[in-house]
Every structure is written in structure tokens, then in C-alpha cells.
Write a protein that binds this ligand. Structure first.
Ligand SMILES: O=C1O[C@H](COP(=O)(O)O)[C@@H](O)[C@H](O)[C@H]1O
Length: 249
């Protein structure tokens, strides 16, 4: 079980809470160590980060930003998460250096792209022994309507991956089919896993994850034993959850 769990209900939108927590964890981390290492997701969370990250007060030169998953498509494709960050954040902002981003090399074949990204992460953390698992300071994760997170989908064999930190997937049920993704051993070794859920379309799945703890859903399997697990949901996404679901834990 996660060391500490929290559930935040935020009114109409989750962006201020997500951005506020990102700033808080970055600055707390940089008060204790010289680098802040965060993993970001695609979809709605990427849009929130691109909208508000440049307003955060932090020393971005000490950040390292990785991708919890990426679609293996050219950066010019609208499905590329790195492409979204380039176009919607970096192209309009001169306080966040491009060099702090560690994108997936999507020009490689999907298996190679995953192996290459695992090497990049191991190099950045200085972790070379296969049995050692890097520990991200923060992972910002989304929740798909089917309960997927990163590119870990319900019923997919990748949920049982034990050795790879980054895995390829070439049959993603959600297009595009070719992706690379952080696996559960890497995700669950993070210091903080922060989920964001925006909109009434997430209400049913969020209840299954947060209240029912339905273990067939990949997002439920995110439970860092030594880290914090945080859910941030707008009122509509949290509509089927009463009070604080973690009151007694
Ligand atoms: O395909 C993906 O979906 C999830 C959820 O996206 P959302 O738009 O429903 O928040 C996302 O977290 C993941 O990074 C992405 O590749």
C-alpha cells in the first residue's frame, strides 16, 4: 500500500491544483537535492502543463522532465506528446529550456525506442545495475476512461512486466498503436504519483479506482509502497465519490 494517500476535489477545473502541487514538489525537492526529476503524461494533463508551467516559480535549470509514455509517431504528428510540449509550451516561452526535456526518440522502431529510453533514464539517474530502479521525484499521470494510465491498458500482458523499466507496445487499444511506456516497477518506485481527472466522463472510472480499488484497472495498480499517491479530481469527475475516500487509511 502507498505510504500516504490524498484525494483533492477542486471545483470546476484541476489545473490550478495540479500546477500548484508540481511547483510545491519541485521546490521542496530542490531544497534537499540538486535535481528535480518529473515524468509527465500526454492527453489532458499535457494540455494543463503546457498552459500553466511557464507561470511556475522554480529554478527550471535544475529540472529534468521525462515522459511517462509516448506515442511512437513523428514529432509533427498531433499525437506526439513531445510535439505538444514543443508547440504549446516551448515555442512560446523563453524561461523553460528545451534541454531539460528528455524526449523519446520516435524515429526509432518501437522496441528500439523503448530500450533507448530506458538507457536514457538509467544514464540520467546514474543507475546502471539491472536490478536497480530509479526513483522519480514526481510522476504526473492521467486516467483514461477504460482505467488505463501511461500506456498500460486493462488486460494487457505489459501489466505483468517485472524487469523492463520502459516497455514497447505495438497493439495499443487506443490509437496510435505504437507507443513506449513506463512500466509498473518504475512507476511504483516514484516518490509521488499524482493523478489528474477532469470532467464528468471520468466519474465512473475514478470511483472504481479510488473507492472500489478495482485491481483489473491499471491505474489502481499504481500504488508506490514507499511514496505518496495523490488524486486530483474536479467536482464532476469526483461526483460518485463521497467525502474523503482515504479518511481512515
Ligand atoms: O493515451 C493516453 O491517455 C492517457 C489519458 O489521457 P486523458 O486525455 O484522458 O487524460 C494519458 O495519460 C496518456 O499519457 C496518453 O498517452
Amino acid at each position: 500500500m502507498a505510504h500516504k494517500r490524498a484525494f483533492y476535489r477542486t471545483g470546476d477545473a484541476i489545473c490550478d491544483e495540479i500546477l500548484g502541487l508540481l511547483e510545491k514538489f519541485a521546490n521542496e525537492t530542490l531544497g534537499k537535492q540538486d535535481k528535480f526529476r518529473v515524468g509527465v503524461s500526454g492527453g489532458s494533463l499535457a494540455d494543463i502543463l503546457c498552459e500553466g508551467m511557464s507561470d511556475l516559480r522554480s529554478d527550471f535549470s535544475k529540472w529534468q522532465i521525462f515522459f511517462c509514455d509516448e506515442r511512437v509517431v513523428p514529432i509533427s504528428d498531433k499525437e506526439s506528446t513531445w510535439g505538444i510540449f514543443k508547440r504549446d509550451l516551448l515555442d512560446h516561452c523563453d524561461i523553460i529550456p528545451e534541454s531539460i526535456f528528455f524526449p523519446v526518440n520516435s524515429s526509432l522502431e518501437v522496441n528500439e525506442a523503448a530500450a533507448d529510453y530506458e538507457r536514457k533514464i538509467r544514464d540520467a539517474f546514474g543507475v546502471s545495475k539491472p536490478e536497480e530502479i530509479p526513483s522519480f521525484d514526481l510522476l504526473i499521470l492521467g486516467i483514461g476512461p477504460d482505467g488505463h494510465t501511461a500506456s498500460l491498458f486493462p488486460g494487457h500482458p505489459l501489466l505483468d512486466e517485472k524487469t523492463k523499466l520502459i516497455a514497447p507496445i505495438d497493439n495499443s487499444p487506443k490509437p496510435p498503436p505504437k507507443r513506449v511506456t513506463m512500466t509498473l516497477p518504475l512507476i511504483n518506485n516514484a516518490k509521488v504519483c499524482l493523478f489528474g481527472a477532469q470532467g464528468g466522463g471520468k466519474a465512473e472510472i475514478l470511483k472504481k479506482i479510488v473507492v472500489d480499488r478495482d485491481s483489473s484497472l491499471p491505474a489502481t495498480l499504481v500504488e508506490p509502497p514507499k511514496g505518496e499517491l495523490i488524486f486530483v479530481a474536479c467536482d464532476n469527475a469526483a461526483a460518485l465519490i463521497e467525502g474523503d475516500p482515504f479518511r481512515r487509511s
